[in-house]
Design a protein around this ligand. Sequence first.
Ligand code: OGA
Ligand code: NI
Length: 337
Amino acid sequence: MGVESVERERESSEGTIPAEFIRSENEQPGITTVHGKVLEVPTIDFSDPDEEKLIVQITEASSNWGMYQIVNHDIPSEVISKLQAVGKEFFELPQEEKEAYAKPPDSGSIEGYGTKLFKEISEGDITKKGWVDNLFNKIWPPSVINYQFWPKNPPSYREANEEYAKHMHKVVEKLFRLLSLGLGLEGQELKKAAGGDNLEYLLKINYYPPCPRPDLALGVVAHTDMSTVTILVPNDVQGLQACKDGRWYDVKYIPNALVIHIGDQMEIMSNGKYKSVLHRTTVNKDKTRISWPVFLEPPADHVVGPHPQLVNAVNQPKYKTKKYGDYVYCKINKLPQ
Ligand code: OGA
Ligand code: NI
């Protein structure tokens, strides 16, 4: 049994798409996107020596938007280009080669090649699908890496991904420090609360082939990330949209920027001060879009809740404290938290 593949669907279509990709009218990007207005989420210069200013910028962006772009982050552009080149090469392999890395059915593991994560709501007999294939690999810490899910082709896949993970540490440390200070906590507190050095980096590659009806389909449907923070690099094809005040806007592509998403666990740890951002992706008629989000996740058995120093008799906890694995289980299966 092969993995379902959007790539394969595309080959059989001519100006039409199968019904399971057609979104309902309240989701169709052709109808629901605010046109002619690209959303200017904040852009933050990470190399600014004025830490007080950076804290204010990060705190405001995390509270008001939940999404922002970081420039001058010190990850060399060659490291990002290599990550992108090897990922693209993998997805351009013949279908059979990709399926050698298929997520084992019922493994309970997220890692591997596939197309579906969320059980989407069925409408009648039709289960809706996103126009996207993906590959998940844990890339940090070394103790959680499962190389069986890492492509052996192209041969430099491993090196390129390890190099990216290595360069990501400094960004993660600095971002968590600024986010902590912005809440009035000591610099190391949020990282500690998220699992400390056991914080896991889960890389996902989203591969969105050209779609004959980009007005009707979506890539990834509207969601907030479950992670603490997600750090994403896209290729240069427009597709990421963020929801602001109930409306959908394209997020401007900035070469070499890291797109930061505040995820659910960060909203929880901050007791609601930082907001996880509602976002989705659209697809393109002629071009392939690819994106590389890294989800910074606590280990599954790590307990996450509002930070104890942020709650008291006046500021009651707004979220439950629970194991991250239980949070994920409830979210994927659409159960109440
Ligand atoms: C995701 C996601 C955005 C993108 O995979 O969670 O939101 O730009 N991707 O591909
Ligand atoms: Ni996302």
